[in-house]
Design a protein around this ligand. Structure first.
Ligand SMILES: [Zn+2]
Length: 354
């Protein structure tokens, strides 16, 4: 099978996507980025829709329509929200999505006013970050929400001064992604979960255009915007789809008992919500073998996907999970171009296979 995946363009798209902030709940900007990249492809017989909660839903007519399919990836990421403007003028946070506070300690951030959209820079740190003033506290205290705060890069030393700048409860906090593409082929960044998956969808669409081919079946591409909080794909996947392939990260490549790596596509057989469809999983594995795509089967006991969200919402569909291998998921993540390429190729091979 000819699988013309342009990995350079996938990585270019991914870099811009990573630099577009999109913590769960804040999605208009990133949806615009995605659509502006796909629109110029002028894909024939593409329909475009958004559901009411803001997910982008693209549908491509297929060569057949008797076993329609859906593919999804999520654009929403981890982030934070201001819970309190503290008496010292700094910000107490509440998490959007789940992560360890140590994973964002010392990270630079942008705080965006919910009301005005104004942006102010700052840094997340512990409440006693200096080794010169509180050495034992710094080393020994564990990290939790109460022991972390945002120091804003403005002259504000009390609550009133910070509020006077337009900063208040409910404002959004974007972590700097720190995107780096190395000459050894690695992509390092926050939020590769699941922007690397979104990039694979982009790459597959690009390849379909290159081939001038329609997918084997009518296929819906669902760009999910609430996955990190568990209900992304619970609404918006057409109820008549027979198969649904979720593209999300293959997590914890360095974790004990994990089988995924950064150089292949991960195929999830089971996660915390139970097994994926064994027949569809077997077919995807067979496609990898047939096309010489490196792959790893894995189980993810601490993870649930948008597939589980759709099944729980009543979806009567066979679901499978594939995705790029990520090191240090939900921290400063890393993957490799080989894994992006393998994921995009498997997705494309699936789309083209009756
Ligand atoms: Zn994810």
């Amino acid at each position: 099978m000819n699988l013309p995946v342009d990995t350079e363009r996938v990585i270019d798209f991914l870099s811009g996507l990573l630099n577009t902030p999109s913590p769960t709940g804040y999605y208009q900007e990133v949806m615009q980025y995605v659509w502006r990249a796909i629109e110029p492809m002028n894909l024939p017989s593409l329909t475009v829709a958004y559901n009411r909660k803001g997910a982008l839903i693209l549908t491509l007519a297929g060569q057949r329509d008797d076993s329609p399919r859906a593919i999804s990836a999520h654009v929403d990421t981890l982030g934070a929200m201001v819970r309190e403007v503290k008496s010292n003028g700094r910000l107490l946070l509440t998490q959007l999505g789940g992560y360890g506070w140590q994973a964002v300690e010392s990270e630079n951030v942008t705080v965006q006013s919910l009301i005005s959209g104004k942006r102010i820079r700052g840094t997340i740190q512990t409440i006693s970050p200096s080794v010169h003033t509180a050495p034992s506290e710094l080393r020994e205290s564990h990290r939790d929400a109460e022991r972390m705060e945002v120091r804003l890069d403005v002259r504000a030393s009390n609550k009133e001064e910070t509020q006077a700048l337009g900063i208040d409860v409910g404002d959004l906090v974007f972590f700097d992604p720190r995107v780096e593409v190395t000459d050894t082929g690695y992509v390092k960044s926050r939020h590769l979960d699941d922007k690397a998956g979104v990039a694979a969808l982009y790459g597959a669409l690009l390849a379909l255009r290159e081939l001038g081919a329609a997918p084997a079946q009518r296929t819906t591409f669902f760009f999910s915007n609430y996955e990190e909080v568990g209900h992304g794909a619970s609404a918006g996947i057409p109820s008549d789809v027979h198969e649904y392939v979720v593209v999300d990260m293959a997590a914890s490549t360095t974790g004990e008992h994990q089988n995924s790596d950064e150089y292949s596509v991960g195929i999830g057989v089971k996660d915390s919500t139970g097994p994926y469809d064994l027949d569809l999983t077997r077919r995807l594995s067979a496609l990898c073998k047939q096309e010489g795509i490196p792959y790893k089967l894995d189980t993810y006991p601490n993870y649930g996907s948008d597939g589980s969200a759709f099944l729980r919402a009543g979806g009567d569909v066979r679901v499978a999970l594939i995705g790029p291998g990520l090191d240090a998921s939900h921290a400063y993540e890393r993957t490799h171009r080989d894994s992006l390429e393998a994921t995009t190729k498997l997705l494309l091979a699936y789309l083209l296979t009756p």
